[in-house]
Design a protein around this ligand. Structure first.
Ligand SMILES: [Zn+2]
Ligand SMILES: [Zn+2]
Length: 305
């Protein structure tokens, strides 16, 4: 099952220097999730061939314009192109009023608003492949990030063992689920000898917008990939604190303390044309850091134990 992130926008507040506003597409197997939807998201989707009709769930971190102003255009496109599939929107309170005031008529496809509580971490969505949990953040508006966790798969059966012990097809489901197998002569073959342990679950955490907060550490511990906002460099810490954003150094500190495997910095202030100084500032704390390259697919590979 693929687990792929494509970041469509990485600038804060206004588009600048070829960078767009916040939007990310996460594909886990057949599920395609949109995270935030800043102005210009549709153009980025077209440029990077994102299959927008596959999106059934949109997760909005907060109601600042740079995270939602692309939404109305996308909803209109869905309506004009004859969408019939339901669409689910998850966001703090207020989004429904913002959308409805802009729409002349209700869309012809079912549009479901799910009002979230950004003050507590809750499961927002789950199916057989993935669970999406909110991450309470600290910002000027009620705001949360999102943790996408792959569901644990069952153990893989070792075909050569099944053949060697002549285990019937009907017994395989139980073995996969953890059972041992008893042969006709009474010998018990342990589950571990018949299977390969499942791959570790993969996790992606989206943390934007927020000021530095260690309260998120237990929620994002050990994630494979952490996107953390880094609006400013650390010399502008007072401005970061005033506007309730983070610095590159703070994002890296969070990644290090959370023992994340990889960090991606984004949500940059337009004052930065060159992002290398932010990258260097973060790498001094947490080596496995990159800055967003818009449109590039980032795949998280399965790791066998
Ligand atoms: Zn923002
Ligand atoms: Zn904001």
């Amino acid at each position: 099952m693929n687990f792929e992130l494509r970041i469509l926008g990485s600038n804060s507040a206004t588009p600048a220097h070829g960078r767009h506003l916040s939007a990310q597409v996460l594909t886990i197997g057949t599920d395609v999730f949109l995270i935030d939807c800043g102005e210009g998201t549709q153009f980025q989707m077209l440029k990077y061939q994102v299959k927008r009709q596959k999106i059934k769930h949109i997760f909005i971190s907060h109601l600042h314009g740079d995270h939602i102003f692309g939404l109305i255009g996308l909803l209109m496109t869905y309506d004009l192109t004859g969408r019939t599939k339901p669409l689910h929107l998850y966001s703090p309170a207020g989004l429904q009023a913002i959308i409805e005031i802009q729409l002349n008529d209700a869309p012809k496809f079912p549009l479901h608003f799910h009002v979230t509580d950004p003050s507590v971490s809750t499961v927002l969505f789950e199916n057989s492949r993935v669970e999406v949990t909110s991450i309470p953040l600290v910002h000027r508006a009620p705001c949360h990030g999102f943790l996408f966790t792959e569901k644990q798969q069952t153990a893989n059966i070792l075909k050569e063992k099944i053949a060697a012990y002549q285990i019937p097809y009907q017994a395989i489901g139980a073995i996969k689920a953890g059972a041992n197998y008893t042969l006709k002569d009474g010998r018990v073959i342990p589950h571990e000898a018949l299977t390969q342990a499942p791959a570790a679950v993969r996790k992606f955490a989206y943390c934007s917008d927020t000021m530095y907060t260690e309260a998120i550490l237990p929620l994002i511990k050990g994630v494979d990939l952490l996107y953390h906002e880094a609006t400013f460099m650390h010399d502008l810490l007072p401005l970061a604190e005033k506007t309730m954003h983070s610095t590159a150094k703070q994002a890296a500190t969070i990644a290090k303390k959370a023992k994340a495997k990889q960090l991606i910095l984004g949500h940059f202030s337009s004052r930065y044309y060159d992002l290398n100084p932010l990258l260097e500032e973060a790498k001094a704390i947490f080596e496995a850091t990159t800055v967003v390259e818009e449109g590039k697919a980032i795949c998280i590979k399965r790791e066998r134990p």
